[in-house]
Design a protein around this ligand. Structure first.
Ligand SMILES: [Zn+2]
Length: 476
């Protein structure tokens, strides 16, 4: 080391020693600031809160993954600190992130045409979904979800519904090893349990008789779990309602939030009964649109008076939640939230067939459809206090749409694009060419690319190589 190098080294060390107390002091000064400045401010667009009041605001501030403030543009902009990032909506529409109350993105990713679960997650995010309820979680799939979560690959929030049965097969009480509402992380949570009472519209099969279902429902109810029961056909739903009514013993379902999935055939008396009991109706927004007419012509002729009664359900006032059931391919495979809204409102599918009157009579308003996949969906998982609307203190799960669904014409709903999706204040999807900030780079997950044995072998090989290279040099 020559004198010059030594001088530079000594000077550097001295400078660092001098700077260190100043850095500490400035940090202390920053900590003393009472008002936290937002990480992100989103402004200059239409912000639909999905709250009663205010229903619309001009700007919002985010800090640490949650909504810090909402309000007028000038008030929010005044909160900006030195490190605040701005997202200028330029007239676009911001909504709370969409919640798919019944879907299978990560589980049946290959059915959706994806080559990895990560691709399915990317797809869901690109559709504006920030949360979904995974409705068929068996012990193996729960392990898969937990692994993905530990590897930071669940970039969407997942509520897992643990499966108690599949057709005539019973999975036992494995679910009781978990707690209702148990959170493995901010992305993975136990939602409840799932039971299959029947199968499909054309299959009049019951997987349980009344006594069997009563027993299973009683056990899960006593263990404190929210129960979701797949029931498509009305006579299966009779059995389900008997079981639920019996465990509720006159108490409000508000405490338990038991829910019935699909409800494709539903009679008037059942709508009344569900409303009285406060059972949550969980149905698929895109189902029973005009695309299904060619496949179900005869069925619709026989049952149109009780098929897909989404409007009657919502208007009856029972708690209701909306979903897609994607990637379930039967019958209408729709993962796009905006397409799902469009189909629920217009009843017209991708084929563009004109829907018959009985279908149109069950169309929802855009506002109803939006509630079903935001604030009402959050109620469906006991999470209405943390997400589902834009409110101070709630999670910054947000979606930017190219247009305002409440003001475009119904025919243009399907053309609305998702431009950006944010989960917990972090941008997880940006539409190419939209001009919005890109998602931050994610650290490379070697485990995503290589299976664990390969990582180990590669590591071993490299170590051995380095070792031999070293001795080779020493020897030579
Ligand atoms: Zn399903």
């Amino acid at each position: 080391m020559n004198q010059r190098t030594l001088n530079v080294a000594v000077l550097t060390v001295l400078t660092l020693l001098l700077l260190f107390p100043m850095l500490v002091a400035s940090q202390g000064f920053r900590d003393k600031e009472t008002k936290p400045s937002p990480d992100t401010i989103i402004h200059n667009g239409v912000i639909l809160t999905m709250e009663q009041s205010p229903a619309q605001v001009e700007a919002l501030a985010i800090q640490g993954g949650s909504i810090l403030a909402i309000g007028d543009e000038s008030d929010i902009l005044a909160m900006a600190g030195r490190n605040t990032r701005f997202i200028n909506l330029e007239g676009r529409t911001l909504l709370p992130g969409f919640i798919d109350s019944h879907a299978h993105y990560v589980q049946w990713w290959s059915d959706g045409g994806f080559s990895t679960p990560d691709e399915a997650v990317d797809f869901a995010l690109s559709c504006g979904w920030t949360s979904y309820s995974s409705m068929c979680v068996d012990p193996n799939f729960l392990e898969e979800l937990r692994t993905l979560d530990q590897q930071d690959r669940l970039r969407i929030r997942v509520n897992a519904y643990l499966q108690l049965s599949w057709e005539f097969y019973r999975l036992g009480d494995w679910y009781q090893a978990y707690q209702p509402g148990q959170e493995f992380s901010s992305k993975l949570r136990i939602g409840g349990v799932k039971i299959f009472m029947d199968y499909w519209w054309m299959e009049w099969v019951h997987y349980f008789n009344q006594t069997e279902l009563d027993t299973l429902v009683q056990e899960a109810h006593e263990a404190g779990f929210q129960i979701a029961i797949h029931s498509v056909v009305d006579n299966a739903t009779d059995i389900v309602l008997n079981s639920l009514e019996s465990v509720l013993e006159g108490q409000s379902n508000e405490l338990y939030r038991h829910r019935i999935e699909h409800l494709v055939l539903l009679r008037d008396d059942q709508i009344q009964r569900m409303s009285n009991l406060g059972i949550i109706a969980s149905f698929q927004l895109p189902w029973c649109n005009s695309d299904s007419i060619p496949d179900f012509t005869q069925f619709y002729q026989d049952y149109s008076h009780i098929v897909g009664r989404w409007r009657d359900i919502v208007q009856a006032g029972m708690p209701s939640i909306g979903s897609t059931d994607f990637t379930n391919l039967f019958p209408d495979s729709v993962g796009s939230a905006t397409d799902a809204i469009s189909m629920a409102v217009t009843k017209t599918g991708y084929l563009g067939l004109a829907p018959p009157d009985w279908m149109l009579n069950q169309s929802l308003s855009v506002e109803q459809a939006l509630r079903l996949i935001t604030i009402d969906a959050a109620y469906g998982t006991f999470q209405e206090d943390v997400k589902g609307s834009i409110k101070v203190g709630k999670l910054a799960d947000l979606v930017i749409l190219s247009d305002n669904p409440l003001t475009v014409s119904e025919d243009d709903l399907a053309d609305i694009e998702v431009l950006l999706t944010m989960v917990g204040g972090r941008i997880e999807y940006t539409k190419e060419g939209s001009g919005f900030p890109e998602p931050p780079p994610r650290p490379i997950q070697w485990s995503e690319i290589l299976p664990p044995p390969l990582i180990f072998i590669s590591f071993l090989f490299l170590t051995l190589f380095a070792f031999f290279a070293y001795f080779e040099r020493k020897g030579g």
